[in-house]
Design a protein around this ligand. Structure first.
Ligand code: NAP
Length: 358
């Protein structure tokens, strides 16, 4: 079979660090295995436009491997050209870069390595909340630039203790974020999700479910977004919803950039309506140099905690999603059942509730 992987370039770093498995250079550690089984393995980072390797090879690829970090966007149109395609594997979590409805129609399975990087992201959420609330970035900038003006930083620095923190989406990541927030003695923990957490889990973290989204955001000092991108969440955090946030709230989004309207969020940070926004996911990846989230600042010079998309690709996470990808391939080749938690689209059917109602 022909297996095509779209990964990001690691250049020198990937040559020096073999644990950077999610790179073109290190090929998810799959080449020896795939070739020993007689399969052809093509790995590339070239993914945009008709002359890209992605578009050239997709025509006769049987299995496509992609990652959310350097997403190969498998549109309906591209899928129509992919005559042999049977399986798409996401090395990581989040398969919104694949047109899931088209995959159902064409009976292409979509599998991901569920859970592989949920701890990595939950830790990043904690870091992002703290760096916004404590106004860390401008303080660090003073340290490296030779400045020392404590009042300029402290005038917008707060404690997390005593604040109301809410997660939009309380699945694997959202629940882990709530668990990690418990020792911070927040005033209250809230969550907004289609369904409630299991009673025991809800009690263990002491979180309260709010069923109306506007009510939910209006009560939070900090909102963290931990829901997948789908028709029901695309552009969900826009100008209209932002008006219901507490004035000066902080927003953290490590889920998917397109859940937020980029211009509306940047405007809210610039006006101070949001005290800050942090995250690692962008509506276009790699993000263009002039993306508004790169340069936005609040009126006091802070409030920007953006990074490139890396929270779910720590070296620990890469080991887990590379192993998980191999397991999925092995199951497929050997005709064994897949772990049900990894199946987003089965043959002709959406299997995961998380990607919205269809
Ligand atoms: P998960 O276990 O499937 O949890 C997602 C939760 O969001 C589910 O409880 C789901 O509810 C809920 N949800 C779906 N639509 C919602 C909506 N409109 N409003 C409120 N809640 C909604 O997924 P996860 O492992 O926690 O991951 C969540 C997302 O994080 C992924 O889809 C991915 O986009 C992102 N992620 C980012 C990185 C990174 O590196 N930055 C890494 C991993 C994952 P139901 O199950 O009831 O539908």
């Amino acid at each position: 079979m022909k297996v095509l992987a779209i990964l990001y370039n690691g250049f020198k770093a990937a040559k020096a660090e073999p644990r950077l498995l999610g790179t073109v250079e290190n090929e998810l550690g799959l080449r020896a295995y795939l070739e020993s089984q007689g399969h052809e393995y093509i790995v590339t980072s070239s993914k945009e436009g008709p002359d890209s390797d992605f578009q050239k090879h997709i025509a006769d690829t049987d299995i496509l491997i992609t990652t959310p970090f350097h997403p190969g966007y498998l549109t309906k149109e591209l899928m129509a050209k992919a005559k042999n395609l049977k399986v798409c594997v996401t090395a990581g979590v989040g398969s919104d870069h694949v047109d899931l409805n088209a995959a159902v129609e064409r009976k292409i399975q979509v599998l991901e390595v569920s859970g592989s990087n949920v701890v990595s992201v939950a830790e990043q959420v904690m870091m992002s909340i703290l760096l916004l609330v404590r106004n860390f970035v401008p303080a660090h900038e003073q340290a490296v630039s030779g400045n020392w003006q404590v009042s300029d930083i402290a005038r917008n620095a707060f404690d997390l203790e005593g604040k109301v923190v809410g997660t939009l989406g309380a699945g694997r990541i959202g629940h882990r974020v709530l668990q990690r927030l418990v020792p911070f003695n927040t005033k209250e923990l809230l969550y907004f999700d289609y369904k409630g957490l299991p009673k025991e889990a809800e009690q263990a973290v002491g979180a309260r479910r709010v069923e109306d989204l506007k009510e939910f955001v209006s009560q939070c000092d900090v909102v963290t977004v931990n829901a997948p991108l789908h028709e029901g969440t695309k552009g969900l955090i826009n100008k209209d919803l932002l008006q219901h946030f507490k004035p000066g709230a902080w927003l953290v989004n490590t889920a998917r950039g397109a859940i937020c309207n980029a211009d509306d969020v940047a405007a809210a940070v610039k006006s101070g309506q949001l005290r800050g926004y942090a995250g690692d996911v962008w509506n276009q990846q790699p993000a263009p140099a002039d993306h508004p989230w790169r340069s936005m600042r609040n009126p006091l010079g802070g409030g920007n905690g953006m990074t490139p998309h890396y929270s779910g690709t720590t070296l620990d996470a890469q080991t887990r999603y590379a192993e998980g990808t191999k397991q999925i391939l092995q199951n497929y080749f050997e005709g064994k059942p897949q772990d049900p938690g990894n199946v987003i689209v089965g043959v002709g059917k959406i299997e995961s509730a998380s990607y919205g109602q269809r």
